[in-house]
Design a protein around this ligand. Structure first.
Ligand code: ATP
Ligand code: MG
Length: 582
C-alpha cells in the first residue's frame, strides 16, 4: 500500500505540515518550558539513509524552537561487534551536509560505560537487579511468549551480596560469554515481554572501537539508551514506533536509577569535565519513514555493499545519504521531504515519486541550465559558412537572473538528440522530420532538407537556418511547434553520463513471499552509462555542481570522478515522472 500525503499530492510544499511533536513541544514552551534538549542517536554500524535524515531533521529542528536548546549527536555504540569508526566519520559528514551542527554536544554512549556500571550496582543494592546464571537459551525460554507467561529464574532471589559479588566478577572477566547475565527484576508475568526481567548487562569478550579491551561486559540497548538520554539531560527522546512497547522499560530504568536526585552517580563524569545536568527524559514515538522501490534496513544495505550488488555505500542508487548525495540530491530535497511527510504515528509507505518530486523542486530553484546531448545525431547547417563561429549568451536560469549568463559557442556543425528526429513520425510528433521545421533553442528555426543514411541508420541531417528567426531577426516570433536543444559539434566536450534509475524494479522489495528476496528484485537497468557531448561550460564545472541538462533532467558533476579533462555527470532525476506511465 502506498499513501501520498495530501500536501505532497498537491505538489507544493506545506510549510506547516501537521507535526504532532512540534505541536506538543510548542505547547510545553507556551506553558513555560525553559529547557529543551533532543538527540540523534545513531549506532555507528552502517551509513545513514533517507529515514535517518527524517530523524535528524526532526531532532535538530526541534532544538531550534527555544533559545539555548540543543540537539546532541550521540553515537549509540554499546554493541561492539558491528561498530566501526568509518561509520562515525560518515555519520558526522552526513549530519553536517544536512545543515546541522551539534557544536560541543557530540557524545558516545561508551563514554558512560563506567556510570552505567555504577548505576547497575545501585539497582542491585536496591534489590532491582540480579545476576542470572542460566544459559542465554534458558533465559529466552523462561521469558515465555505473547501467550505464555514467563517463569522466574531459579537465581532471581539471590542475595544482594551475592549479586554484587557476581556482577563484579562478570566485569573482572571471570566468566565466559553468556555464562552470567545481569537482569532487571521487574515482572515475569507482565503482559509486556519487555518487562519480563530484561537483560541489562551481558558478557562479551570483544574489543570495542572506543574503549578497546577495557570492558568485557556491555550494557543492553534498552538500558543504555534511556540512561544515556538521562545523563545528557535530554528532555525529549524521539524514536520510531517499534519502541512503543519498550517505553515502560525506558521509564522503569529512568525512574529506578533516578539520576536527577542522585547526581553522585555522575561524579566520575564530572571529574572528566562533564557539565550537563541530568534530566528525566520523555520518550515519544513517531512512525518511521518508508519509501517504496527501496530498502532501508541497515542489514540489507550492508549486504548490498558486501555482496558487491552495488559499487559501495555511496553508489548513487543507494538510499544512503552518501549515495543520494552523490546521485545529485541536494540536502534541501530532504528538508522538503520531511516537511511534506510530516510526523505522525501513522505507519505508511511514501511513494518514491514524492521523493523525486522533492528533488525536482529543490533543484529547480538552484540548478543552472546547461546544454548536453546524450545520444548524438549530427546536424549540419548548409546555408551557413563552414567557418562560422559565434558565441551566444544564454541565461543560466529562466526564473533567476541573479544566477547570471554564460557563453555558448555556436557553429554550423551541431549535435542534436537522436530521438528529436524521426524519419517516419507518428501523429503529434513536434520535433524534426524530413522536410519539417523545429526551433533550435536560442538560435532560430531550422528546416531539414536532406537525411543522410548509412544502411538503415540516419547519420546526418542537412538543414537550413531561417536567418529571420534568429534573435533580433524580422521573424523571430514565427511559431513552430517544437524546440530542441543542441551543442556545437566543433566545441562540445565529451563526457561520461551515468543514467541512474531506481535500484529495485518492484514497489516492495522487502516482500519475501514466493520465496524471493530483495536480491531478486534488483532493477537490471538501474544504471546505464553513455558518452555524451556537453557544452564547454559543463566540463568546467566544479565537482558536485547541480545542473539541469535542458529537456533531459537534473544532473550533478560527480563528486569523486569529475574533472575538466574527464567530465562525469550523474542523473539525479528526470524532469518528469517517467514511472507513472510504466
Ligand atoms: P538498527 O537499530 O537496526 O541498527 P536503525 O535504523 O534503527 O537500525 P539507528 O542507528 O539505531 O539505526 O538509528 C538512529 C536513529 O534514526 C534512531 O533514533 C531511529 O529511530 C532513527 N531512524 C532509523 N530509521 C528511521 C526511519 N526509517 N525513519 C525515521 N527515523 C529512523
Ligand atoms: Mg536502532
Amino acid at each position: 500500500m502506498s499513501e501520498t500525503p495530501k500536501s505532497a499530492a498537491a505538489g507544493k510544499p506545506d510549510d506547516n505540515a501537521p507535526n504532532f511533536v512540534d505541536e506538543l513541544v510548542q505547547a510545553e514552551i507556551d506553558a513555560g518550558r525553559t529547557r529543551l534538549v533532543t538527540r540523534f542517536p545513531p549506532e555507528p554500524n552502517g551509513y545513514l539513509h533517507i529515514g535517518h535524515a527524517k530523524a535528524i531533521i526532526t531532532n535538530f529542528s526541534l532544538a531550534k524552537k527555544l533559545p539555548g536548546a540543543h540537539c546532541n549527536l550521540r553515537f549509540d555504540d554499546t554493541n561492539p561487534a558491528n561498530e566501526d569508526t568509518e561509520f562515525v566519520t560518515s555519520i558526522q559528514e552526513d549530519v553536517r551536509w544536512l545543515g546541522f551542527d551539534w557544536g560541543e554536544h557530540r557524545y558516545f554512549a561508551s563514554d558512560y560505560f563506567q556510570q552505567l556500571y555504577d548505576m547497575a550496582i545501585r539497582l542491585i543494592e536496591d534489590g532491582k537487579a540480579y545476576v542470572d546464571s542460566q544459559s542465554l537459551e534458558a533465559i529466552r525460554e523462561g521469558r515465555g511468549s505473547f501467550h505464555v507467561a514467563g517463569t522466574n529464574s531459579p537465581f532471581r532471589d539471590r542475595s544482594v551480596a551475592e549479586n554484587l559479588d557476581l556482577f563484579r566478577r562478570m566485569r573482572a572477566g571471570e566468566f565466559a560469554d553468556g555464562a552470567r547475565t545481569l537482569r532487571a527484576k521487574i515482572d515475569m508475568a507482565s503482559g509486556n515481554i519487555n518487562l519480563r526481567d530484561p537483560a541489562l548487562f551481558r558478557i562479551k569478550h570483544v574489543s570495542h572501537q572506543n574503549t578497546g579491551d577495557a570492558w568485557c561486559i556491555y550494557p543492553m540497548y534498552d538500558y543504555a539508551h534511556c540512561l544515556s538520554d538521562a545523563i545528557e539531560g535530554v528532555t525529549h527522546s524521539l524514536c520510531t514506533l517499534e519502541f512503543e512497547d519498550h517505553r515502560p522499560l525506558y521509564d522503569w530504568c529512568v525512574d529506578k536509577v533516578d539520576l536527577v536526585n542522585h547526581p553522585e552517580l555522575l561524579a566520575s563524569l564530572a571529574d572528566r569535565g562533564w557539565h550537563q545536568a541530568a534530566a528525566k527524559p520523555r520518550q515519544i514515538e513517531f512512525s518511521r519513514l518508508n519509501i517504496n522501490y527501496t530498502v532501508m534496513s541497515k542489514r540489507k544495505l550492508l549486504a548490498l555493499v558486501s555482496e558487491k550488488l552495488v559499487a559501495g555505500w555511496d553508489d548513487p542508487r543507494m538510499p544512503t545519504l552518501q549515495g543520494i548525495r552523490r546521485r545529485g540530491v541536494p540536502p534541501q530535497a530532504l528538508h522538503l521531504l520531511a516537511e511534506r511527510v510530516g510526523i505522525s504515528k501513522q505507519n505508511s509507505v511514501i511513494d518514491f515519486s514524492v521523493f523525486e518530486g522533492c528533488i525536482r523542486d529543490a533543484l529547480d530553484v538552484k540548478a543552472v541550465r546547461r546544454l548536453a546531448v546524450l545520444d548524438p545525431l549530427k546536424l549540419v547547417l548548409t546555408n551557413q559558412p563552414e567557418d562560422l563561429r559565434e558565441t551566444l549568451r544564454f541565461a543560466n536560469h529562466p526564473k533567476d537572473e541573479s544566477l547570471g549568463q554564460r557563453e555558448v559557442p555556436f557553429s554550423p556543425q551541431l549535435w542534436i538528440e537522436r530521438d528529436d528526429f524521426m524519419e517516419v513520425p507518428p501523429k503529434g510528433f513536434h520535433r524534426l522530420t524530413p522536410g519539417g521545421e523545429v526551433r533550435l533553442r536560442g538560435v532560430g528555426i531550422v528546416k531539414c532538407n536532406e537525411v543522410i543514411k548509412q544502411g538503415d541508420e540516419v547519420v546526418e541531417l542537412r538543414c537550413t537556418l531561417d536567418l529571420d528567426t534568429r534573435p533580433g531577426g524580422a521573424a523571430v516570433d514565427r511559431k513552430v511547434k517544437g524546440t530542441i536543444h543542441w551543442v556545437s559539434a566543433l566545441h562540445a566536450v565529451a563526457a561520461e553520463v551515468r543514467l541512474y534509475d531506481r535500484l529495485f524494479k518492484v514497489a516492495d522489495p522487502d516482500d519475501e513471499s514466493e520465496g524471493k528476496t530483495y536480491r531478486d528484485h534488483l532493477n537490471p537497468d538501474s544504471i546505464r552509462t553513455v558518452q555524451a557531448w556537453v557544452e564547454p561550460a559543463l566540463a568546467a564545472s566544479a565537482p558536485e555542481t547541480h545542473v539541469q541538462f535542458e529537456r533531459l533532467g537534473f544532473f550533478v558533476s560527480d563528486r569523486r570522478d569529475h574533472c575538466a579533462e574527464k567530465p562525469v555527470f550523474n542523473r539525479a532525476v528526470t524532469l518528469r515522472d517517467t514511472w507513472a506511465a510504466k
